[in-house]
Design a protein. Structure first.
Length: 373
């Protein structure tokens, strides 16, 4: 994939004291025990997206203030440093704590290998407003703007999916505006209008999603996705995830879907979407799924990784069974910090003759279980 997000450095962020020049590939499956640091890695991606959106101050506040984001607090860590490489391009910045327990963005820089300067220092913003975003959103075609725009557009295209809320009041089970169909939202709150749009405009892709769902939910005949007008004529038109079983014409409603079923529908839609983001990040996709559904999920993830970059955080032995050993990155907690290690096939060749990857994880041959310091 052209200019893949292929290198990451994080220093001083939450449980991640030091992750230096870590290599990312097309498929990256992070596994580890509870509290190892997988969620903090996902949180980094959320923070970066908030920075691009202009919402970094909100992210800091919602995470307890800058003191709770610094690795082991202010006394241990004075600042946070982040660096990303996208093939020939790159981006780096520093976050400093303020006396008001907020964040100050400084030392922003962008990189372009073909430029004579390489790294170009953008400077300090003295607040949470990104200078790269300011440059990327200028209405001109200068080299400076285009270099920043590439990084900005790439990060803005990332999607972080987390389908944890499948409760009766979850937005994915509700009526949704039919106009909200451009991309699948991170919590699938627009799953019905998004599928409606695919059915109308991308019928083969819609059918592919439906086929995948039918493997896991064999009694699902099709989604109804009927429009419903709300309010006066000409006002909002909504749609919900109604459906039919194979043996009945009775219209089933979203609340008739089990938690695992509706979660799998969302996962299949995210992984099979026709225009995937440059990087697709999924946190704990195995939650609530039947073992056979997890196996199918693994197939979908592998297929999606041939079209876009995939980052998955999981602790399911059955799910990691679906991947190659070199796709696995083990996250461990050592000396009060998260440590990341991509596995090597050479190190496990003998073991893999008799055991699967998931079995090696369960037996703690791949060391990533609960550890007591």
């Amino acid at each position: 994939m052209e200019d893949l997000f292929n290198r990451l450095t994080i220093r001083g962020f939450k449980s991640i004291m030091e992750l230096d020049n870590f290599e990312l590939k097309d498929l990256n499956v992070f596994v580890g025990a509870n509290g190892a640091g997988k969620s903090n890695l996902i949180s980094f991606f959320r923070m970066l997206r908030c920075l691009m959106d202009g919402n970094l101050a909100d992210y800091v506040r919602e995470n307890g203030g800058i003191g709770d984001i610094l690795h082991n607090g202010r006394e241990r860590t004075r600042k946070m440093y982040f660096e990303m490489r996208f093939g020939e391009r790159g981006y780096r910045f520093t976050l400093n704590p303020t006396t008001a327990d907020k964040a100050e963005l400084s030392k922003e820089a962008r990189f372009y290998k073909r430029s004579s300067n390489g790294w170009w220092e953008l400077g300090d913003s003295n607040d949470t407003a990104s200078l790269l975003v300011r440059e990327a959103t200028k209405n001109d075609n200068t080299l400076d703007t285009m270099c920043s725009k590439y990084v900005y557009d790439t990060i803005m295209s990332w999607k972080i999916y987390h389908f944890h809320d499948t409760s009766s009041s979850a937005p994915m089970r509700s009526w949704q505006s039919i106009e909200d169909n451009e991309t699948l939202r991170s919590d699938a709150s627009n799953i019905a209008p998004y599928l409606f749009c695919l059915r109308e405009e991308e019928k083969p892709k819609y059918q592919e999603i439906l086929n995948a769902c039918q493997v896991v939910i064999p009694y699902l005949r099709d989604f109804l996705l009927k429009e419903q007008k709300y309010g006066k004529v000409g006002e909002d038109v909504k749609v919900n995830l109604s459906w039919r079983t194979g043996s009945s014409d009775f219209p089933m409603q979203p609340h008739h879907l089990s938690d695992g079923s509706i979660r799998f529908i969302c996962l299949a839609t995210a992984l099979l979407q026709p225009n995937p983001p440059s990087t697709l990040i999924i946190d704990e996709p195995e939650l609530g799924l039947h073992p056979e559904a997890i196996r199918i999920l693994g197939e979908l993830i592998n297929a999606a990784a041939r079209r876009t970059q995939i980052i998955v955080a999981t602790q399911s032995p059955l799910l990691i069974d679906q991947f190659g050993i070199e796709d696995i990155i083990v996250v461990n907690r050592q000396n009060d910090q998260s440590v990341f290690e991509r596995l090597s096939k050479d190190s496990f060749d003998k073991w893999l003759e008799d055991y699967s990857v998931g079995e090696l994880w369960t037996k703690n041959v791949i060391q990533g279980g609960i550890a007591r310091e």
